[in-house]
Write a protein that binds this ligand. Sequence first.
Ligand SMILES: NC(=O)c1ccc[n+]([C@@H]2O[C@H](COP(=O)([O-])OP(=O)(O)OC[C@H]3O[C@@H](n4cnc5c(N)ncnc54)[C@H](OP(=O)(O)O)[C@@H]3O)[C@@H](O)[C@H]2O)c1
Length: 343
Amino acid sequence: MTVIGTRKLGRTGPTTSALGLGAMGMSDMYGPADEAESIATIHAALDAGVTLIDTGDFYGMGHNELLIHDALRGRDRESVQLSVKFGAQRGPDGSWLGYDASPAATKTALAYTLRRLRTDYVDVYRPARLDPNVPIEETVGAIADLVKAGYVRHIGLSEVGAATLRRAAAVHPISDLQIEYSLISRSPEAEVLPTARELGIGVTAYGVLSRGLLSGHWTPQRELAGTDFRGHSPRFQGENLAHNLALVEALRAIAEEKGASVAQVAIAWVAGRGADVVPLVGARRRERLSEALGSVDVHLDAADLAAIEAAVPADAAAGERYAAAQMAHLDSERSEHSAPREH
Ligand SMILES: NC(=O)c1ccc[n+]([C@@H]2O[C@H](COP(=O)([O-])OP(=O)(O)OC[C@H]3O[C@@H](n4cnc5c(N)ncnc54)[C@H](OP(=O)(O)O)[C@@H]3O)[C@@H](O)[C@H]2O)c1
């Protein structure tokens, strides 16, 4: 039987399962999902030893939190760590309206989240992006008030760069940084990961399958709902997609030799980047979850890592990980040595 194991999120964060479940796709971003299957998938994850569940209040505008509440009914709340993102502003049509991580918005958002999750605390609370209009010290200060009052246990961050990590950590200990990190999204390696390590901040890695592109199951024929993120993601378009799927085939040859699937090798690679990295898997069906959890039994030795690096070099992907407008919101893509942002 697969034993998931545990990891500690940073110097001050909670101990969680070595893999977390990201629930986003159960409510948003990847077209329609089946609610009963989503709940069955969360149950299967919990039963397999997954304790970390990641969500955002804007995933289906509350739907994802309500779904998680349903799935956790009758379960021991203390045995699960709920990681919640806030700050993204959206209209009723799903449009993106910017970010608000001001102290008042931060506290208000948590109040709604606690009601939807029907819990009296969140394990890790984090702004989804750096709010360009609010100094990070103010956002972290507001969450620190919520920690003091017992509503939040740990403070996390998402997609911020090294300079922001330093400023935030000077206000309050930060448990973990959530950031996209995969075989084909390696920009955190230059500055962000070394800084997180220096500051004792753990990493919850998302997009470890590059949103399904690296799963080994993606085909150019797949039909996408108009709301599917991948319909607009540069990596899934035309020639970029053909180039990227050729990388997946190179990876498949390595995976087959190891008796593993492409997805399992891709997840094992991220998990192997350090004991401070917890991959979030975005499975929304039990079959996919079971495949993803099987990655813990895949051990990559030095020869495997060299073969993987040769098949999929660090900058091999065609296309950015987000479209240009969304890339502009990523503080994580700005160098620590570039000019500071105005506030
Ligand atoms: N902080 C942030 O900015 C941020 C951004 C995005 C996500 N996240 C968090 O990270 C979590 C994971 O991200 P993600 O869903 O984009 O990443 P991912 O794990 O790279 O992609 C997940 C998608 O890959 C496909 N897939 C195919 N085979 C799979 C397998 N064996 N196991 C899992 N998925 C498989 C599924 O799509 P189909 O079901 O369509 O086949 C699934 O929805 C999210 O749920 C969310 O909690 C955070």
